[in-house]
Structure formats: structure tokens, C-alpha cells
Design a protein. Structure first.
Length: 478
């Protein structure tokens, strides 16, 4: 999802519920879409454009109908409804709102028919193929939004509010047509109360993790669990861990599908062998291979396992089963050794929850204005309060009293400083990472595949995608 991109990847089930795997039938249906979008009239994003002013820099037209399609997954959709309420008051309309987990199945026919909704939160396992939509010219160029004055401070443009990675990830080629609204922290999640009660320290290195896992297992708790139904969740840790140890330049080679990018990178061997060791020593909760993301999270919040690979949406998504005082937290990537290319504290934290505006919608200007409202301090803070997640608006939560998991995530981002990793492979090539590599990881974690075979197969699959002319390719600079 996205171009420089994310993965996003969020939700997973943004990829089968959390980053989102695009179903093959969905992609086939979308392939039949005509280029451009429709319903007649202009297709340059100026439909229903009204008079511009200091308070209405984009020229959203009062009284013009607006439709929003919002993914209703781990983040819910109330935060969007709250922003829509402010739009309604200002522009004298009632936005037609749909909250759903089936964005793709419901909207593919509408894009094909030339009548898509205006604003779409394109997340979930059944999301639309944004790469294809962008290449077909069906997404609105959001440059006018980026260059518009922000709602809170007219002296600042909207682009000045956003993390640089948000601006990078939202591009297809040279066009910014995806606005990633959330800012997700990926990594190893745990209960700080459990560790404190047991006298355990969060590990700083692979060696420390292996030693701690032995202690945890002796206590009757499984060290790890994961959603075996969606094993690519484990990639939230595996991929950035490779980049942390081997260096971003070598990870970018993997993102770019370069020859031997997997097999010639010593960090790949070190990381995959670490997971092979975890499996060989029985450090995963028995039966994890059959769990969904919700089931694995429930096992974790109920104290059956100490660690889980996940994203910062987990606090909100697992709230129904999280006991009081759990003190959810996320830790930085583990050190591999003295040769690591990036320092301790390095973290995967990147934009997620992709919003798009359909160029062929009836009111794309209104769709961009609704995004401008969502990016205001009021609604960025409302998002943090309601769904326990950061947004792509820098510093929006400064001074706020945050939930434990969100507070930990915010501190981890602060501690990471400039060492925040963005992984494009899962965004650009989900069929490769989530289906092909996910299948390998599933076998690795059950002990049915050795690290060497995982690496060999990973390179083979990457090479196949690189040579497949039907796969849209992207390139990331160093």
C-alpha cells in the first residue's frame, strides 16, 4: 500500500487484517477498471469547487454532498465521524459515512462504474490496490492539501505538520496521492507489569532474549506467541531487525528487489537463525501456528505469553481482553552485536492507515478539506485519545496524558530520534511478503524449515517478482 512507500500496513488485519493482503480476485476485478474515474464532469479534482478564502483555502463548496468510506477495524471509525461532524457544521451538509471492513469488495465495482466515494480510508485485509489505482490516474493529487494552510496555524502549511516519512511514503512516482494518517510503532510488545513482577528486564540483544526466554519458559509462561494464521506479523520484527543490524542501505536493496539482496546480507542470516533458535527451543506458545491475530493477542493479554510482534494499534484492538494494570509497552529492536550498523534504540515507526481521495468522486475538494480537518491538533489528539495511536502530525500528543501503550510508543519514537525505520517491501509487494515469505516464516516458526532454506527461498521468490512484468515495480533511493 503506498509507494515509498505501509507498510502499512496498518492493521492487518491490515494485510489480512492489519497491513492488508489484496485478494487475487479483488485485484483482477480492479484490473478491469477503466483509467480515470468518473461519473462525468471534470476529472482534475476541481469538481464542486467553491470560492476560496483564508478559512477555506481549498475552496470546499458549501452544501455540496460528500461521501466517506472508512475502514472500521482495530481503530474503529468514530474518530472520522467526529471530524465529519465539524465538516458538516462548517459546510452545511451531512456527510454520507460508511464504516466497513470490506473496502475493496464494496468499492471495486464503484471505481469500475465511475462513481467512487470521495474520501476512502483504504485499510484492512480487503483493501483496494492503490498502486493500480494510482497508475490508472484514479487518485487525486493531494499537493493542494499539502500546500494549504493548516487549520490551527495559517502560517504553517499542512506539509509542515507531517513526519518526513509521511511525505515520502505517500508518493507514487512523483505524485503525492496517499495520506497516511496514523503513525504506527512496530515491534516487540509486552506487559511491563509482568516483567517487573517477575524481576525480568526487557532484553537489549538477541543473546539476552535467548537467556530470558529460558527463564520465562521455566516459570510456566511461553516466551512468545504470534498469529500463525497471519505469520507476516512476525515480519514486523524480522524486517526492521535485518535493517538495524545490516544497515538501511542493504535493506533498501531488499526493498528494491535487487539480485542476491537476501543471500548476500549477513544480517539476514543472523536474524533468521535467531528465529530458528527460538523455534528449536520451544519458545513459542504451543498452538500459535493456528491462531488469528485476535486469538494470539488474547493469549498474550491473558498472560499465556510474554512477548508478541505487533503494531501500536494492538492496545486499542486488544482492549476488551486487557486486564487493568497490564501496562502495555513496546521495546526497541534488539542488538545483534558490536557490528550492528544502527544503534540501540532503533525502531520501526512509520506512517500507516492510508487515506485516498478519488479523482472521479463527486467532491474531491471536499475530501481533501476533510483530511485537513483530520490533521488539525483537535482531531489528531482526539484520534490519540479514542484509538490509542499516534498520528502523522508531529508533536500532536505533546503534553497529553496518554494510555500506557501509546505513552510507551511515543517515548520509543522520541528515543529513536533519527533512527526510525520505514519498511517498503510489505507495502509494495504484499503478495511476496505476506503470502510467499509468510508461508516460509510459518514453517520456520514450527521448526519445519531451517534458516538456510528460508533465505534461499526468499531470494528465489524475490527474484521471481523482480522478473514478473505484471508486477508494478517501485524504487527507493538510498
Amino acid at each position: 500500500m503506498g509507494s515509498t512507500s505501509e507498510f502499512n500496513r496498518r492493521d492487518l488485519v491490515k494485510r489480512a487484517a492489519a497491513l492488508g493482503i489484496v485478494a487475487v480476485p479483488a485485484m483482477s476485478a480492479l484490473s478491469a477498471c477503466a483509467t480515470g474515474g468518473g461519473g462525468g464532469g471534470e476529472t482534475d479534482g476541481t469538481k464542486n469547487k467553491g470560492a476560496t478564502s483564508a478559512k477555506n483555502p481549498l475552496g470546499a463548496k458549501k452544501g455540496a454532498a460528500l461521501e466517506a468510506f472508512i475502514f472500521k477495524g482495530g481503530l474503529g471509525d468514530q474518530y472520522a465521524k467526529d471530524a465529519e461532524a465539524d465538516y458538516n457544521k462548517t459546510y452545511g451538509v451531512t456527510i454520507k459515512h460508511t464504516g466497513t471492513q470490506q473496502v475493496g469488495p464494496k468499492l471495486q465495482p464503484r471505481f469500475a462504474g465511475g462513481n467512487p466515494p470521495d474520501l476512502i480510508d483504504n485499510s484492512g485485509s480487503d483493501h483496494l490496490d492503490m498502486n493500480k489505482l494510482s497508475s490508472q490516474g484514479q487518485l487525486q493529487d493531494l499537493a493542494p492539501l499539502l500546500d494549504a494552510p493548516s487549520l490551527d496555524d495559517p502560517k504553517k502549511k499542512v506539509r509542515d505538520l507531517l513526519y518526513p516519512s509521511t511525505l515520502e511514503k505517500g508518493k507514487h512516482k512523483d505524485t503525492f496521492d496517499v495520506l497516511y494518517y496514523a503513525f504506527t510503532v512496530y515491534g516487540t510488545w509486552y506487559s511491563s507489569k509482568l516483567l517487573k513482577d517477575k524481576g525480568w528486564e526487557y532484553p537489549t540483544s538477541f543473546d539476552d532474549m535467548i537467556k530470558l526466554c529460558a527463564e520465562i519458559k521455566k516459570s510456566g509462561i511461553a516466551p512468545w506467541t504470534y498469529p500463525g494464521k497471519y505469520p507476516y506479523y512476525v515480519h514486523f520484527n524480522v524486517f526492521p531487525q535485518i535493517a538495524k543490524i545490516g544497515g538501511l542501505d542493504k535493506w533498501i536493496a531488499i526493498d528494491n528487489l535487487e539480485p542476491k539482496a537476501w543471500t548476500s546480507n549477513d544480517a539476514v542470516k543472523q536474524v533468521i537463525e535467531h528465529y530458528e533458535e527460538l523455534a528449536a527451543k520451544g519458545y513459542f506458545l504451543q498452538g500459535s501456528q493456528g491462531l488469528t491475530h485476535i486469538q494470539s493477542q488474547t493469549a498474550w493479554t491473558r498472560g499465556k505469553a510474554a512477548f508478541i510482534p505487533n503494531g501500536s494499534w494492538v492496545e486499542n484492538e486488544s482492549a476488551p481482553t486487557t486486564p487493568d494494570g497490564f501496562q502495555m509497552a513496546v521495546g526497541p529492536l534488539f542488538d545483534g552485536g558490536s557490528g550492528d550498523k544502527m544503534p540501540h534504540g532503533t525502531l520501526r515507526a512509520e506512517p500507516s492507515e492510508p487515506f485516498i481521495v478519488a479523482k472521479g468522486g463527486k467532491n474531491p475538494i471536499g475530501g481533501m478539506e476533510l483530511l485537513r480537518i483530520l490533521l488539525s491538533e483537535k482531531h489528531a489528539q482526539n484520534f490519540a485519545t479514542k484509538v490509542k495511536s499516534l498520528t502523522s502530525v508531529q508533536g500532536a500528543t505533546d503534553g497529553m496524558k496518554l494510555s500506557p501503550g501509546l505513552s510507551s510508543a511515543a517515548q520509543a519514537v522520541k528515543d529513536g530520534g533519527e533512527n526510525l525505520l520505514m519498511i517498503q517491501l510489505q507495502e509494495w509487494y504484499p503478495k511476496l511478503t505476506d503470502e510467499k515469505l509468510g508461508g516460509l516464516t510459518s514453517q520456520l516458526l514450527t521448526g519445519d524449515m531451517k534458516a538456510a532454506e528460508w533465505i534461499k527461498k526468499a531470494q528465489q521468490y524475490a527474484d521471481e517478482f523482480a522478473k514478473d512484468d505484471s508486477v508494478t515495480k517501485f524504487h527507493r533511493g538510498s
